[in-house]
Design a protein. Structure first.
Length: 722
């Protein structure tokens, strides 16, 4: 043996000794928060553009404070208020300023309703008088200050109320609100879940009118589920849930005039969905977005409230598949506006005139704008985040509204996101990649130059030095003519001469992304645990996922899960051919859409996968809601084969491998009905499988030791079967 071979052997030996001395990640540590990252509290830029506020909470005294920091120095310069000085006010968990920043709405005793909606007790703090006023003794929704800060609008039991700050009086604006029938000013379940908004009312610029959406869900079918709790008898939770093909709420836009006290209706013709409502800078002009049921025709309307609510069309977006909804609409000072669209095949920004005439396309290229940050009128700069540096990365840019003089403001490869000062002088950048936990830095917005380091997670990195943490390797894999993004984690002591079991993770939902160059989430630590036990874990984003253009994303239209399943089966087959993968030990797992995928893969890919875990899976799109499902599938009456050909309980006899099925009985999103139908199909096919139901747990299946129990079950299942 020559000296070089001996040296190499010695280095390998030393490396293995070091690896052996490192600890393995444990499930108790993962779900006990041992590897949590230090974050930067949500900050809000003050209108002076030089300072920002942060909500700070002291756990020892259970008090909240709103503190002011200076961008240039990052030093705290003022405490606006602290609950320690306000005996009538318990600690608060969020806050909202009035337009002039003289008043603050404070939220306390918050309790969730669904994914985004909450109830709470709210107070109004006056910075000048230092006084505190309770908005209502009742738990209310979405309190919102008028532009001058003199009034607060909120919703209580599906009706809109107006609180007068000066005299403390309350006026009820609508009277027909009724549970499971009429909703005024907040959204129904399906709008909240799929259009991602709750507050459905808006003040105009001068505070003279309030526009709101009214939901008539009388004819929407009800869904009910038992909540077992701890009482002698379970209780029943009933709510309106429109499943694919069923009736939706009838929606309409109304205007309350504060001067006359009258409510008028806006005639929007045959509008089926109203996913967005936004006043323009001119207080007489309201913008409304409407969608048809197929969601392939989006119209942006302007409503002239001084001219008998006259409606005119500003623009229309159409697509052979569907049009996505976003919050990127921004009205500039003269009511010209910035809008995002996929019309050229990628998501980009466009500038329109006041009356809807297209001025120019602001951004363009074979990449996607992923976040729109805002417009600096003084410098004529549009700020945005995009995939210009590769679809698994994100960077921050600015560009002129004419589409020229674009500049990249962030440098390191990975995920960058920005929070800008009000005058766009500064931005605080959040950065991470697969090997770097979140870092927070202050930058100059004009050129992106870093001014200061704010916070990092170096202590976490030091802690992880003592653990077996394998690197996440990024690459692409050619499947069905597409170069698909992939990551893979191999054991730290990986030996290419050995054979390892393979576990695939995927989600695969339309427009989603699981392969991204960012820091580890909790599942990544679980993968590290598995890798330390000798597993290879991989993830591939197949057809239908996002940030690679509209055609790639929409190729699964009318056939959800069909092409996605074909891609994952092909991935499993191709990776199983690698010399270091044991082709007889290939598994796949997923949650929600991914649970549907894992189930389909072990059935239709029963010659590839030996093991599958499905958590909270859809098993028939007929059971899921209208807005999401019909966007990608149309209705069951129009596309029965699309719904049924890929519903796994229609072919349970194909199960050959080991299958674990998990659901929460209190899942208001993907109902446990999906799992029960799958269970019955497998039973009648006389197929053995494992399953678990978590009582009263929702789609996230968490609370107390629930996640620890679930991941222990999944880990044991894999060790016993893969």
């Amino acid at each position: 043996m020559n000296k070089y071979a001996l040296l190499l052997l010695l280095l390998c030996f030393l490396s293995s000794v070091v690896t052996a001395q490192k600890k393995e990640v444990s499930l108790a540590e993962i779900w006990g928060g041992e590897f949590s990252t230090e974050g930067l509290d949500v900050l809000r830029s003050l209108k002076n553009g030089k300072q920002y506020t942060v909500l700070n909470f002291k756990r020892d005294t259970r008090t909240s404070s709103i503190d002011v920091y200076d961008y240039a120095t990052l030093e705290k310069v003022e405490t606006i208020l602290t609950s320690a000085d306000l005996p009538q006010l318990p600690y608060f968990t969020s806050y909202d300023f009035s337009n002039d920043e003289s008043k603050i709405v404070l939220a306390t005793e918050i309790e969730p309703i669904f994914r985004h909606s909450t109830l709470g007790i709210y107070y109004l703090y006056d910075r000048i008088s230092k006084s505190v006023v309770k908005v209502s003794d009742l738990k209310i929704q979405e309190p919102t200050l008028s532009p001058d800060g003199s009034k607060i609008t909120y919703v209580y039991k599906n009706n809109i109320y107006l609180f007068n700050v000066a005299d403390g009086s309350t006026l009820q604006l609508t009277t027909d609100g009724e549970n499971n029938k009429i909703i005024n000013g907040v959204t129904d379940w399906v709008y909240e879940e799929e259009f991602s908004f709750v507050r459905a009312f808006e003040w105009n610029a001068d505070g003279s009118k309030i526009a709101f959406i009214r939901f008539d869900e009388t004819n929407v079918p009800e869904f009910s589920m038992d909540l077992y709790g701890t009482d002698l008898y379970p209780s029943k939770h009933t709510f309106k849930y429109p499943k694919a093909g069923q009736e939706n709420s009838k929606v309409s836009v109304h205007l309350y005039d504060l001067g006359s006290g009258e409510i008028s209706k806006v005639d929007l013709g045959d509008a089926y969905y109203i996913p967005r409502l936004k006043w323009r800078n001119d207080p007489a002009l309201l913008s409304v977005q409407t969608l048809n049921r197929h969601q392939n025709s989006l119209k942006l309307w302007s409503v002239d409230v001084k001219n008998n609510n006259k409606v005119s069309l500003l623009l229309e977006e159409t697509d052979k598949a569907y049009v996505d909804i976003s919050d990127n609409l921004t009205f500039l000072d003269d009511d010209s506006f910035i809008w995002s669209s996929e019309r050229d095949g990628y998501n980009h920004l466009y500038l329109y005139g006041r009356n809807g005439d297209l001025k120019n396309q602001i951004t363009q290229g074979n990449w996607e704008v992923t976040t729109y940050y805002g417009y600096d009128r003084a410098k004529d700069r549009v700020y945005y985040q995009s995939t210009q540096n590769g679809s698994i990365n994100r960077d921050v840019y600015h560009i002129g509204s004419n589409g020229k003089k674009g500049k990249r403001l962030t440098q390191k490869e990975g995920q960058h996101s920005a929070s800008f000062s009000a005058d766009h002088t500064y931005f605080i950048n959040t950065f991470s990649n697969a090997s770097t936990p979140p870092e927070y830095t202050l930058h100059r917005a004009s050129d992106g130059n870093k001014l200061k380091d704010i916070k990092d997670n170096s202590q976490l990195l030091e802690k992880l030095e003592g653990y077996k943490i394998a690197s996440k390797e990024f690459s692409t894999i050619s499947i069905h003519g597409n170069d698909l993004n992939m990551w893979m984690i191999k054991p730290m002591d990986f030996d290419p001469a050995k054979k390892y079991p393979l576990l695939l993770f995927q989600y695969s939902g339309p427009g989603s992304q699981s392969v991204a160059n960012r820091w580890m989430g909790t599942n990544d630590y679980w993968y590290q645990l598995l890798a330390a036990d000798g597993y290879i874990i991989a993830c591939v984003d197949g057809r239908g996922t996002g940030f690679k253009g509209s055609d790639f994303k929409k190729t699964t239209y009318l056939n959800l899960v069909k092409y996605e399943t074909e891609d994952q089966i092909a991935v499993g087959r191709k990776l199983s051919e690698l010399p270091y993968v044991d082709e007889g030990r290939t598994g796949i797992w997923g949650w929600s859409f991914g649970g549907h995928m894992a189930t389909n893969c072990i059935l239709k890919g029963n010659d590839v996968f030996e093991v599958a875990i499905a958590v909270a899976p859809v098993t028939s799109w007929r059971f899921y809601d209208t807005i999401y499902t019909e966007r990608f599938m149309r209705t069951p009456a129009e596309n029965a084969a699309g719904y049924d050909d890929n519903s796994p309980f229609n072919y349970p006899e194909m199960l050959k491998g080991k299958y674990l099925l998990v659901h929460g009985s209190g899942d208001d999103n993907v109902h446990v009905q999906n799992t029960m139908r799958m269970v019955e199909a497998l039973v009648q096919a006389n197929k053995q499988f494992d399953w678990a139901i978590y009582p009263d747990k929702n789609h996230g299946i968490y609370g107390g030791n629930t996640r620890l129990h679930l991941y222990t079950k999944m880990t044991n299942f894999l060790k016993e079967n893969l």
